[in-house]
Write a protein that binds this ligand. Sequence first.
Ligand SMILES: [Ca+2]
Ligand SMILES: [Ca+2]
Length: 95
Amino acid sequence: MTDGRFEIFLNGQWGTVCDDLFDLNTYGAQVACRMLGQPTGSARVTDPLAGPNTMPIWLDDVVCKVSELTLLECDHRLIGYHSCTQPEDVGLYCA
Ligand SMILES: [Ca+2]
Ligand SMILES: [Ca+2]
């Protein structure tokens, strides 16, 4: 089980994922948990609870179909392009 802000390592730096569109269904959470090697059966988006941070927002408008192995295979804006602020970070609960 894991619960907290989801972070992704791209371009040599840890960053976050914006929640826009992410929670329209459970697939984004399932793919993100799968990416972490965590269980996906009860995966869901949560409040990241980690407070403000200065990490880049790497992904926005992520829409997954269901079986992708990583969020990079889902539809998303170009890496680093977004319409978000840090409080919109995706938090994840994987179980
Ligand atoms: Ca949002
Ligand atoms: Ca957006």
